[in-house]
Ligand binder design. Sequence first.
Ligand SMILES: [Zn+2]
Length: 438
Amino acid sequence: MFDQSCDTMVALPSATASGQTLFAKNSDRPADECQPLELHARIEHPTESVTHCQFVSLPEASVVHRHVGSRPWWCWGYEHGFNEHQVVIGNEAVHSKFEPATEGKLIGMEVLRLGLERGSTAREAVSVMTDAIGQYGQGKFENDAGVRTYDNGYIVADPNEAYVIETAGHEWVVKRVEDTIGISNVHSVETDYEEVSPDAERIAVERGWWQGDGRFNFAEAYCGTERTEGSGVSRRRRSCALLSTRVGDIEPRTMMAILSDHSDAVNPDEEFQTDLRQGGICVHFNENGTGGNTAASLVSDLCNDGSRLPVYWCSFYSPCLGLFLPTFIEGQLPGALGVGGEEPSVESPWWQFHRLAHLVREDTENRVGLVQNQWAMQQRACFSGTYAVAEEGKRLLDGGNTDDAEDMLTSFMEDSVRQMLEATDELIAYFADESVVA
Ligand SMILES: [Zn+2]
Protein backbone atom coordinates (compact mmCIF):
# COMPACT_ATOMS: atom_id res chain seq x y z
CA MET A 1 0.00 0.00 0.00
CA PHE A 2 1.16 3.48 -0.91
CA ASP A 3 2.31 5.54 2.03
CA GLN A 4 0.60 8.90 1.58
CA SER A 5 3.02 11.77 1.10
CA CYS A 6 2.87 15.45 0.08
CA ASP A 7 4.77 18.65 0.77
CA THR A 8 3.41 22.16 1.29
CA MET A 9 5.32 25.38 1.92
CA VAL A 10 4.88 29.11 2.06
CA ALA A 11 7.13 32.18 1.95
CA LEU A 12 5.55 35.38 3.23
CA PRO A 13 6.26 38.88 1.81
CA SER A 14 9.16 39.32 4.27
CA ALA A 15 10.93 36.33 2.70
CA THR A 16 10.42 36.75 -1.05
CA ALA A 17 12.33 38.76 -3.64
CA SER A 18 9.17 40.56 -4.82
CA GLY A 19 7.61 41.13 -1.40
CA GLN A 20 4.62 38.93 -2.33
CA THR A 21 3.44 35.72 -0.71
CA LEU A 22 4.53 32.54 -2.50
CA PHE A 23 2.79 29.24 -1.75
CA ALA A 24 3.81 25.82 -3.08
CA LYS A 25 2.37 22.30 -2.90
CA ASN A 26 3.19 18.85 -4.26
CA SER A 27 0.21 16.53 -4.12
CA ASP A 28 1.54 12.96 -3.93
CA ARG A 29 -1.06 10.29 -4.63
CA PRO A 30 -1.33 6.68 -5.86
CA ALA A 31 0.59 6.58 -9.17
CA ASP A 32 -2.47 6.02 -11.42
CA GLU A 33 -5.02 8.25 -9.68
CA CYS A 34 -6.00 11.04 -12.07
CA GLN A 35 -6.20 14.52 -10.56
CA PRO A 36 -7.82 17.10 -12.87
CA LEU A 37 -7.93 20.86 -12.26
CA GLU A 38 -11.39 22.48 -12.10
CA LEU A 39 -12.86 25.98 -11.93
CA HIS A 40 -16.05 26.46 -9.89
CA ALA A 41 -18.01 29.69 -10.28
CA ARG A 42 -19.30 31.63 -7.28
CA ILE A 43 -22.69 30.32 -6.15
CA GLU A 44 -25.33 31.76 -3.86
CA HIS A 45 -27.38 29.20 -1.96
CA PRO A 46 -30.85 29.55 -0.43
CA THR A 47 -30.99 29.16 3.35
CA GLU A 48 -31.25 25.61 4.68
CA SER A 49 -29.29 24.19 1.73
CA VAL A 50 -27.02 21.28 2.58
CA THR A 51 -23.44 20.46 1.53
CA HIS A 52 -23.17 16.73 0.88
CA CYS A 53 -19.68 15.47 1.58
CA GLN A 54 -19.01 11.75 1.09
CA PHE A 55 -19.72 10.59 4.65
CA VAL A 56 -21.06 13.72 6.33
CA SER A 57 -23.60 16.43 5.39
CA LEU A 58 -23.42 19.93 6.78
CA PRO A 59 -25.26 23.26 6.38
CA GLU A 60 -24.37 25.06 3.14
CA ALA A 61 -22.84 28.54 3.10
CA SER A 62 -24.97 31.38 1.72
CA VAL A 63 -22.15 32.23 -0.72
CA VAL A 64 -19.55 29.80 -2.06
CA HIS A 65 -16.51 31.69 -3.39
CA ARG A 66 -15.27 31.20 -6.94
CA HIS A 67 -12.37 28.77 -6.74
CA VAL A 68 -10.10 26.36 -8.57
CA GLY A 69 -9.37 22.95 -7.08
CA SER A 70 -6.99 20.09 -7.90
CA ARG A 71 -9.26 17.12 -7.28
CA PRO A 72 -8.62 13.37 -7.24
CA TRP A 73 -11.25 12.24 -9.78
CA TRP A 74 -13.39 10.31 -7.24
CA CYS A 75 -13.40 12.89 -4.45
CA TRP A 76 -15.47 16.00 -3.64
CA GLY A 77 -12.50 17.61 -1.93
CA TYR A 78 -9.19 18.96 -3.17
CA GLU A 79 -5.50 18.33 -2.56
CA HIS A 80 -4.89 22.04 -3.12
CA GLY A 81 -6.61 25.04 -4.62
CA PHE A 82 -7.18 28.79 -4.59
CA ASN A 83 -10.14 31.13 -4.51
CA GLU A 84 -11.21 34.55 -5.80
CA HIS A 85 -9.94 36.22 -2.60
CA GLN A 86 -6.39 34.86 -2.99
CA VAL A 87 -6.88 32.29 -0.25
CA VAL A 88 -4.77 29.24 -1.12
CA ILE A 89 -4.67 25.93 0.77
CA GLY A 90 -2.73 22.67 0.56
CA ASN A 91 -2.96 19.57 2.74
CA GLU A 92 -0.72 16.82 4.12
CA ALA A 93 -1.52 13.37 5.43
CA VAL A 94 -0.37 12.94 9.02
CA HIS A 95 -1.02 10.12 11.47
CA SER A 96 -2.25 10.55 15.03
CA LYS A 97 -2.41 8.05 17.89
CA PHE A 98 -6.22 7.73 17.65
CA GLU A 99 -7.53 4.33 16.61
CA PRO A 100 -9.81 4.45 13.50
CA ALA A 101 -13.26 5.86 14.26
CA THR A 102 -16.23 3.63 13.50
CA GLU A 103 -18.51 6.41 12.17
CA GLY A 104 -18.07 8.58 9.06
CA LYS A 105 -16.10 11.82 9.29
CA LEU A 106 -14.99 14.50 6.87
CA ILE A 107 -12.19 13.56 4.48
CA GLY A 108 -9.24 15.92 4.92
CA MET A 109 -9.53 17.11 1.32
CA GLU A 110 -13.18 18.02 1.96
CA VAL A 111 -12.13 20.22 4.88
CA LEU A 112 -9.73 21.95 2.48
CA ARG A 113 -12.51 22.60 -0.04
CA LEU A 114 -14.76 24.04 2.69
CA GLY A 115 -11.96 26.49 3.54
CA LEU A 116 -11.68 27.63 -0.09
CA GLU A 117 -15.44 27.85 -0.57
CA ARG A 118 -16.10 29.84 2.60
CA GLY A 119 -12.94 31.75 3.53
CA SER A 120 -12.31 35.26 2.17
CA THR A 121 -9.04 35.54 4.14
CA ALA A 122 -6.62 32.91 5.44
CA ARG A 123 -7.81 33.66 8.98
CA GLU A 124 -11.45 33.16 7.98
CA ALA A 125 -10.64 29.89 6.17
CA VAL A 126 -8.82 28.65 9.28
CA SER A 127 -11.96 29.32 11.35
CA VAL A 128 -14.18 27.53 8.84
CA MET A 129 -11.85 24.53 8.78
CA THR A 130 -11.23 24.24 12.52
CA ASP A 131 -14.99 24.64 13.23
CA ALA A 132 -15.74 21.81 10.77
CA ILE A 133 -12.96 19.61 12.19
CA GLY A 134 -14.21 20.13 15.74
CA GLN A 135 -17.84 19.45 14.90
CA TYR A 136 -17.67 16.68 12.29
CA GLY A 137 -14.18 15.29 12.82
CA GLN A 138 -11.67 13.91 10.32
CA GLY A 139 -8.80 11.47 10.51
CA LYS A 140 -8.74 7.71 10.23
CA PHE A 141 -12.19 6.10 10.08
CA GLU A 142 -13.60 2.82 8.85
CA ASN A 143 -15.61 2.94 5.61
CA ASP A 144 -17.00 0.58 2.97
CA ALA A 145 -16.09 2.86 0.08
CA GLY A 146 -12.40 1.95 0.08
CA VAL A 147 -11.40 5.53 0.90
CA ARG A 148 -7.98 5.79 2.55
CA THR A 149 -8.43 8.04 5.55
CA TYR A 150 -5.84 9.84 7.66
CA ASP A 151 -5.34 12.91 9.82
CA ASN A 152 -4.27 16.09 8.10
CA GLY A 153 -1.97 19.06 8.17
CA TYR A 154 -2.62 22.23 6.14
CA ILE A 155 -1.05 25.50 5.13
CA VAL A 156 -3.65 28.23 4.61
CA ALA A 157 -2.25 31.41 3.04
CA ASP A 158 -3.37 34.76 1.66
CA PRO A 159 -1.35 37.76 0.41
CA ASN A 160 -0.62 38.94 3.96
CA GLU A 161 -0.38 35.96 6.28
CA ALA A 162 -0.33 32.19 6.56
CA TYR A 163 -1.24 29.51 9.09
CA VAL A 164 -0.43 25.87 9.69
CA ILE A 165 -3.29 23.69 10.95
CA GLU A 166 -2.53 20.19 12.25
CA THR A 167 -5.16 17.72 13.35
CA ALA A 168 -5.93 14.56 15.31
CA GLY A 169 -9.54 13.36 14.98
CA HIS A 170 -11.68 16.26 16.19
CA GLU A 171 -8.70 18.04 17.75
CA TRP A 172 -6.61 20.71 16.02
CA VAL A 173 -3.87 23.23 16.53
CA VAL A 174 -3.15 26.47 14.62
CA LYS A 175 0.26 28.11 14.22
CA ARG A 176 0.85 31.48 12.58
CA VAL A 177 3.73 31.42 10.08
CA GLU A 178 6.64 33.84 10.24
CA ASP A 179 8.73 34.31 7.07
CA THR A 180 8.78 30.73 5.72
CA ILE A 181 7.70 27.21 6.60
CA GLY A 182 7.46 23.76 5.05
CA ILE A 183 5.23 20.95 6.29
CA SER A 184 5.12 17.27 5.37
CA ASN A 185 3.75 13.95 6.60
CA VAL A 186 4.53 14.43 10.25
CA HIS A 187 3.03 16.59 13.00
CA SER A 188 5.27 19.62 13.51
CA VAL A 189 3.36 22.12 15.66
CA GLU A 190 4.58 21.68 19.22
CA THR A 191 4.13 24.44 21.83
CA ASP A 192 4.52 27.34 19.37
CA TYR A 193 0.83 27.58 18.45
CA GLU A 194 -1.59 30.48 18.42
CA GLU A 195 -4.69 28.42 19.16
CA VAL A 196 -5.54 24.83 20.07
CA SER A 197 -8.92 23.05 20.17
CA PRO A 198 -10.62 23.43 23.60
CA ASP A 199 -10.47 19.71 24.49
CA ALA A 200 -7.09 18.80 23.00
CA GLU A 201 -5.10 18.89 26.24
CA ARG A 202 -7.79 17.25 28.41
CA ILE A 203 -8.23 14.35 25.99
CA ALA A 204 -4.47 13.87 25.65
CA VAL A 205 -4.14 13.72 29.44
CA GLU A 206 -7.05 11.23 29.73
CA ARG A 207 -5.43 8.99 27.11
CA GLY A 208 -2.08 9.11 28.90
CA TRP A 209 -0.47 10.88 25.89
CA TRP A 210 0.35 14.03 27.85
CA GLN A 211 1.46 14.38 31.46
CA GLY A 212 0.16 17.91 31.92
CA ASP A 213 3.51 19.54 32.70
CA GLY A 214 4.19 22.95 31.14
CA ARG A 215 2.64 24.33 27.98
CA PHE A 216 0.73 21.66 26.06
CA ASN A 217 2.75 20.15 23.18
CA PHE A 218 0.33 19.10 20.41
CA ALA A 219 2.77 17.15 18.22
CA GLU A 220 4.32 15.33 21.17
CA ALA A 221 0.90 14.34 22.52
CA TYR A 222 -0.84 13.31 19.30
CA CYS A 223 1.72 12.37 16.64
CA GLY A 224 1.42 8.65 15.99
CA THR A 225 4.60 8.31 13.95
CA GLU A 226 8.32 8.70 14.47
CA ARG A 227 9.06 12.42 14.56
CA THR A 228 12.80 12.22 13.90
CA GLU A 229 13.00 9.69 11.06
CA GLY A 230 11.17 8.80 7.87
CA SER A 231 10.42 10.27 4.47
CA GLY A 232 8.09 13.01 5.75
CA VAL A 233 10.67 14.13 8.31
CA SER A 234 13.48 14.34 5.73
CA ARG A 235 11.31 16.05 3.09
CA ARG A 236 10.21 18.61 5.69
CA ARG A 237 13.82 19.15 6.78
CA ARG A 238 14.77 19.72 3.15
CA SER A 239 11.98 22.22 2.31
CA CYS A 240 12.53 24.18 5.53
CA ALA A 241 16.29 24.35 4.89
CA LEU A 242 15.90 25.43 1.25
CA LEU A 243 13.48 28.18 2.26
CA SER A 244 15.26 29.46 5.37
CA THR A 245 18.62 29.77 3.59
CA ARG A 246 16.99 31.84 0.82
CA VAL A 247 14.95 34.31 2.89
CA GLY A 248 14.70 37.56 0.93
CA ASP A 249 15.53 35.89 -2.40
CA ILE A 250 12.66 33.42 -2.87
CA GLU A 251 11.01 33.61 -6.32
CA PRO A 252 8.40 31.50 -8.11
CA ARG A 253 11.29 29.67 -9.81
CA THR A 254 12.70 28.80 -6.37
CA MET A 255 9.41 27.19 -5.38
CA MET A 256 9.24 25.26 -8.68
CA ALA A 257 12.80 24.00 -8.11
CA ILE A 258 11.95 22.89 -4.56
CA LEU A 259 8.89 20.97 -5.77
CA SER A 260 11.04 19.28 -8.48
CA ASP A 261 13.92 18.50 -6.12
CA HIS A 262 15.40 15.00 -5.74
CA SER A 263 17.80 15.48 -2.86
CA ASP A 264 17.50 12.84 -0.13
CA ALA A 265 18.24 15.61 2.43
CA VAL A 266 21.24 13.91 4.02
CA ASN A 267 22.67 17.41 3.68
CA PRO A 268 19.53 19.60 3.70
CA ASP A 269 21.45 22.61 2.35
CA GLU A 270 22.85 20.95 -0.78
CA GLU A 271 22.01 22.36 -4.22
CA PHE A 272 18.89 21.27 -6.12
CA GLN A 273 19.07 17.72 -7.52
CA THR A 274 17.36 17.21 -10.88
CA ASP A 275 18.01 13.51 -11.56
CA LEU A 276 15.19 11.03 -11.16
CA ARG A 277 16.46 8.97 -8.23
CA GLN A 278 13.97 7.91 -5.58
CA GLY A 279 13.82 10.24 -2.65
CA GLY A 280 13.23 13.93 -2.47
CA ILE A 281 10.26 16.27 -2.51
CA CYS A 282 9.31 15.19 -6.06
CA VAL A 283 7.91 11.67 -5.60
CA HIS A 284 8.05 9.02 -8.35
CA PHE A 285 6.43 5.62 -8.78
CA ASN A 286 8.49 2.45 -8.20
CA GLU A 287 10.29 0.38 -10.83
CA ASN A 288 7.16 -1.75 -11.32
CA GLY A 289 4.91 1.28 -11.82
CA THR A 290 3.27 1.10 -8.38
CA GLY A 291 3.53 3.23 -5.25
CA GLY A 292 3.02 6.97 -5.15
CA ASN A 293 3.77 9.76 -7.56
CA THR A 294 3.39 13.51 -7.43
CA ALA A 295 0.00 13.91 -9.10
CA ALA A 296 -0.18 17.68 -9.38
CA SER A 297 1.64 20.77 -8.12
CA LEU A 298 0.87 24.42 -7.52
CA VAL A 299 2.98 27.54 -7.06
CA SER A 300 0.83 30.55 -6.16
CA ASP A 301 2.32 34.02 -6.61
CA LEU A 302 -0.14 36.21 -4.70
CA CYS A 303 -0.32 40.02 -4.76
CA ASN A 304 -0.83 42.34 -1.77
CA ASP A 305 -0.53 45.76 -3.45
CA GLY A 306 -3.03 45.66 -6.31
CA SER A 307 -0.30 46.02 -8.96
CA ARG A 308 -1.29 42.84 -10.83
CA LEU A 309 -3.49 39.78 -10.64
CA PRO A 310 -2.22 36.79 -8.65
CA VAL A 311 -0.64 34.08 -10.83
CA TYR A 312 -1.21 30.39 -10.16
CA TRP A 313 1.38 28.10 -11.75
CA CYS A 314 -0.04 24.57 -12.09
CA SER A 315 1.78 21.38 -13.04
CA PHE A 316 0.43 17.92 -13.83
CA TYR A 317 2.06 14.67 -12.69
CA SER A 318 5.84 14.87 -12.01
CA PRO A 319 6.83 18.55 -11.66
CA CYS A 320 10.43 17.65 -12.62
CA LEU A 321 9.10 16.37 -15.98
CA GLY A 322 6.46 19.01 -16.62
CA LEU A 323 5.64 22.64 -17.20
CA PHE A 324 4.22 25.00 -14.57
CA LEU A 325 1.29 26.34 -16.56
CA PRO A 326 0.29 29.96 -15.78
CA THR A 327 -3.36 30.31 -14.78
CA PHE A 328 -5.64 33.01 -13.37
CA ILE A 329 -8.85 32.69 -11.39
CA GLU A 330 -10.29 35.56 -13.43
CA GLY A 331 -11.36 34.55 -16.95
CA GLN A 332 -12.28 30.95 -17.78
CA LEU A 333 -9.83 28.20 -16.89
CA PRO A 334 -9.73 25.94 -19.99
CA GLY A 335 -12.17 23.08 -19.46
CA ALA A 336 -9.65 20.61 -20.93
CA LEU A 337 -7.70 20.76 -17.66
CA GLY A 338 -10.70 19.29 -15.84
CA VAL A 339 -10.91 16.25 -18.15
CA GLY A 340 -9.83 12.92 -16.68
CA GLY A 341 -11.22 9.99 -14.71
CA GLU A 342 -10.28 6.50 -13.64
CA GLU A 343 -9.23 5.24 -17.09
CA PRO A 344 -6.40 6.64 -19.25
CA SER A 345 -7.57 9.03 -21.98
CA VAL A 346 -5.70 11.02 -24.64
CA GLU A 347 -8.28 13.80 -24.07
CA SER A 348 -7.00 14.27 -20.52
CA PRO A 349 -3.90 16.47 -20.01
CA TRP A 350 -3.30 14.68 -16.69
CA TRP A 351 -3.20 11.27 -18.37
CA GLN A 352 -0.93 12.64 -21.12
CA PHE A 353 1.63 13.73 -18.52
CA HIS A 354 1.22 10.33 -16.83
CA ARG A 355 2.03 8.69 -20.18
CA LEU A 356 5.03 10.96 -20.70
CA ALA A 357 6.43 10.08 -17.25
CA HIS A 358 6.16 6.36 -18.06
CA LEU A 359 7.84 6.79 -21.45
CA VAL A 360 10.68 8.72 -19.80
CA ARG A 361 11.22 5.88 -17.36
CA GLU A 362 11.75 3.41 -20.23
CA ASP A 363 14.99 5.22 -21.08
CA THR A 364 15.64 7.49 -18.13
CA GLU A 365 19.24 8.27 -18.93
CA ASN A 366 18.53 9.83 -22.33
CA ARG A 367 15.03 11.16 -21.93
CA VAL A 368 15.07 13.08 -18.62
CA GLY A 369 17.41 15.78 -19.94
CA LEU A 370 15.49 16.11 -23.18
CA VAL A 371 12.16 16.60 -21.41
CA GLN A 372 13.58 18.94 -18.77
CA ASN A 373 15.25 21.10 -21.44
CA GLN A 374 12.03 21.33 -23.43
CA TRP A 375 10.05 22.57 -20.42
CA ALA A 376 12.84 24.85 -19.13
CA MET A 377 12.83 26.61 -22.48
CA GLN A 378 9.05 26.92 -22.52
CA GLN A 379 8.95 28.00 -18.85
CA ARG A 380 11.45 30.81 -19.46
CA ALA A 381 9.54 31.94 -22.53
CA CYS A 382 6.23 32.30 -20.70
CA PHE A 383 7.40 34.06 -17.52
CA SER A 384 7.57 37.69 -18.65
CA GLY A 385 4.49 37.37 -20.85
CA THR A 386 2.49 36.00 -17.94
CA TYR A 387 3.29 38.92 -15.63
CA ALA A 388 2.53 41.43 -18.40
CA VAL A 389 -0.89 39.78 -18.75
CA ALA A 390 -1.33 39.85 -14.95
CA GLU A 391 -0.73 43.63 -14.93
CA GLU A 392 -2.89 44.34 -17.95
CA GLY A 393 -5.70 42.18 -16.58
CA LYS A 394 -5.65 44.06 -13.30
CA ARG A 395 -5.66 47.43 -15.11
CA LEU A 396 -8.66 46.40 -17.21
CA LEU A 397 -10.60 45.10 -14.22
CA ASP A 398 -9.87 48.21 -12.16
CA GLY A 399 -11.08 50.31 -15.10
CA GLY A 400 -14.36 48.41 -15.18
CA ASN A 401 -13.54 46.64 -18.46
CA THR A 402 -14.50 43.25 -17.09
CA ASP A 403 -15.40 41.65 -20.43
CA ASP A 404 -12.13 42.73 -22.04
CA ALA A 405 -10.14 41.47 -19.07
CA GLU A 406 -11.89 38.10 -19.05
CA ASP A 407 -11.53 37.67 -22.82
CA MET A 408 -7.82 38.44 -22.65
CA LEU A 409 -7.19 36.12 -19.69
CA THR A 410 -9.28 33.32 -21.16
CA SER A 411 -7.50 33.40 -24.51
CA PHE A 412 -4.10 33.66 -22.79
CA MET A 413 -4.85 30.51 -20.77
CA GLU A 414 -6.21 28.70 -23.84
CA ASP A 415 -3.04 29.51 -25.80
CA SER A 416 -0.84 28.40 -22.90
CA VAL A 417 -2.69 25.09 -22.56
CA ARG A 418 -2.57 24.49 -26.32
CA GLN A 419 1.20 25.12 -26.44
CA MET A 420 1.77 22.84 -23.45
CA LEU A 421 -0.32 20.02 -24.93
CA GLU A 422 1.29 20.32 -28.37
CA ALA A 423 4.73 19.96 -26.80
CA THR A 424 3.53 17.03 -24.67
CA ASP A 425 2.06 15.28 -27.73
CA GLU A 426 5.30 15.78 -29.65
CA LEU A 427 7.42 14.32 -26.84
CA ILE A 428 5.07 11.36 -26.47
CA ALA A 429 5.05 10.67 -30.22
CA TYR A 430 8.84 10.92 -30.37
CA PHE A 431 9.43 8.55 -27.44
CA ALA A 432 6.67 6.13 -28.42
CA ASP A 433 8.05 5.80 -31.98
CA GLU A 434 11.53 5.20 -30.59
CA SER A 435 10.14 2.44 -28.39
CA VAL A 436 8.64 0.75 -31.46
CA VAL A 437 11.95 0.88 -33.35
CA ALA A 438 13.89 -0.37 -30.32
ZN1 LIG B 1 10.82 14.18 -10.11
